[in-house]
Design a protein around this ligand. Structure first.
Ligand code: SF4
Ligand code: SF4
Ligand code: SF4
Length: 222
């Protein structure tokens, strides 16, 4: 059985994200998905700070309102609630690299995984089947189920959202490598949050609540 530390995870740094959506466009293009299909990776924009009442506004003391872009996809969860509810075992968290795939040959389009996923990652397609981020295991619409393990490839391709990120905000790789690149705060948060995605604090503040809010079914990958 593969060490959990070898399972691939995403890393996201909101301080580097400029909100350009290149990651979600790159994903859609690489996988040949229709322009009107739901994104496997979504970028949402959130405001940080509060608008002061006009009579209280003081340019010297009022905090600026900041836009915080958050880029999210399937997190390839260790506990994978989508896998647990799938009645046909179409969803598998692969032991070899930790990537969660949907085998469309087994999917019956019941949408249970979409309801079970706290992040709204599985998307329902025109073909009546579910699909989602496959960490770029495979090109073209589909799941990548059955593709060779990333850990067994000589030069595993980096996910396209990572390669095309303008700000260098997204990384992906085996957990042991990603944790080394993360700040201590981000690594500790990752460990205490069921080890789903490594997120850097936004300008020194804890921001995972914002990330999780951003990734509700109403906001991300719906
Ligand atoms: S983020 Fe959602 S779809 Fe992805 S592994 Fe976790 S529960 Fe499943
Ligand atoms: S890893 Fe690949 S499939 Fe997943 S969001 Fe990035 S580009 Fe899309
Ligand atoms: S490509 Fe990078 S910088 Fe642009 S929105 Fe996506 S994560 Fe942010």
């Amino acid at each position: 059985m593969a060490d959990r530390q070898d399972h691939w995870v995403f890393y996201f740094d909101p301080n580097r994200c400029i909100g350009c959506h290149a990651c979600s466009i790159s994903c859609k293009q690489f996988h040949g998905r229709d322009s009107d299909a739901d994104d496997w990776r979504t970028v949402t924009h959130h405001e940080k700070g509060t608008h002061p009442a006009s009579e209280e506004y003081d340019a010297d003391t009022s905090s600026p309102i900041e836009n915080v872009p958050i880029s999210m996809s399937c997190m390839h969860c260790h506990d994978a609630p989508c896998e647990e509810v799938c009645p046909t075992e179409a969803i598998v968290k692969r032991d070899s690299d930790g990537i969660v795939t949907i085998d469309q040959d087994k999917c019956i389009g019941c949408k249970y995984c979409g309801w079970a996923c706290p992040f709204g990652a599985p998307t329902y397609g025109d073909n009546g089947l579910m699909s989602k981020c496959n960490m770029c295991l495979d090109q073209g619409p589909g799941s990548g189920a059955g593709a060779e393990s990333k850990n067994e490839q000589d030069n595993p391709i980096q996910p396209n959202c990572v390669s095309d990120c303008v700000g260098g905000a997204i990384k992906a790789g085996p957990e042991k490598e990603m944790v080394k690149e993360a700040s201590q705060a981000a690594a500790e948060r990752f460990k205490s949050n069921n080890e789903r995605v490594i997120v850097e604090p936004f300008q020194g503040e804890e921001n995972l609540d914002m990330v999780e809010h951003a990734a509700t079914p109403d906001n991300a990958g719906d």
